[in-house]
Write a protein that binds this ligand. Structure first.
Ligand code: ADP
Length: 206
């Protein structure tokens, strides 16, 4: 069975960028954010749960009413926790099913919230992408066209970055001082070895 690898990091750390490099090496990548958005529009069971929690205004013509939901959870941690408690398990299950279908030595799940959602229990290894906060702020301002205050507000809602990195098995330093591609290549070799060990272990057990 494929080695299941997570990639995480704070907003603007460069986790999507790192995931794309793995993708270029032929490694299959599951983008949790995109998958969650798709599931919220297409998974009838999940849709029913969201409507049950937030009301019929949650959908318009079968499509998630994003502004309505955003307004509900914005600055309301209890409502956000409720939404996450509905969406995360569905996304985790979807990612795991996808992982099981992959035939590459290892497959990657890119997600902002891995430890926060308990998704690490479903993964063999987690890679943390690190970048200093000022650089992350600058990147997100440029990427999303928002103000420093808006980025800082998002950043402050996230788990402490040092704590998160301590929970990871490997760290990729994306501070724009150390080159990214050599770090990914090195990790790719390590993960292929790990995948080989996992496969031997599973064979020995069966
Ligand atoms: P995340 O997915 O962690 O929020 P992204 O991968 O989207 O972060 O990166 C945030 C922004 O910073 C993107 O516009 C990306 O192109 C840019 N970026 C990330 N890493 C680098 C890097 N090493 N050099 C230059 N730009 C980068």
């Amino acid at each position: 069975m494929v080695l299941k690898v997570g990639i995480t990091g704070g907003i603007g750390s460069g986790k999507s960028t790192v995931a794309k490099i793995f993708g270029l090496l032929g490694i299959p990548v599951f983008y949790a954010d995109d998958a969650a958005k798709k599931l919220m529009n297409e998974d009838e069971h999940l849709k029913a749960k969201i409507i049950g929690a937030f009301g019929t205004d949650s959908y318009r013509n079968g499509t998630l009413n994003r502004p309505f939901i955003a307004e509900k959870v914005f600055n309301n941690p209890a409502q956000l926790t409720l939404l996450n408690s509905i969406v995360h398990p569905a996304t985790i299950a979807n990612a795991d099913k996808w992982m099981q279908q992959q035939t590459a030595p290892y497959a990657i799940k890119e997600a902002a919230l891995i430890f926060e959602s308990g998704a690490e229990k479903w993964l063999d290894k987690v890679i943390g992408v690190f970048a200093p906060a000022p650089l992350r702020i600058q990147r997100v301002m440029q990427r999303d066209g928002i103000t420093e205050q808006e980025v800082t507000a998002r950043l402050n809602k996230q788990m402490n970055e040092d704590d998160k990195m301590h929970l990871c098995d490997y760290i990729i330093n994306n501070d724009e001082q150390e080159l990214l591609i050599p770090q990914v290549l090195k990790l790719d070799a390590i993960l292929r070895e790990e995948a080989g060990s996992k496969s031997k272990r599973l064979k020995a057990e069966s």
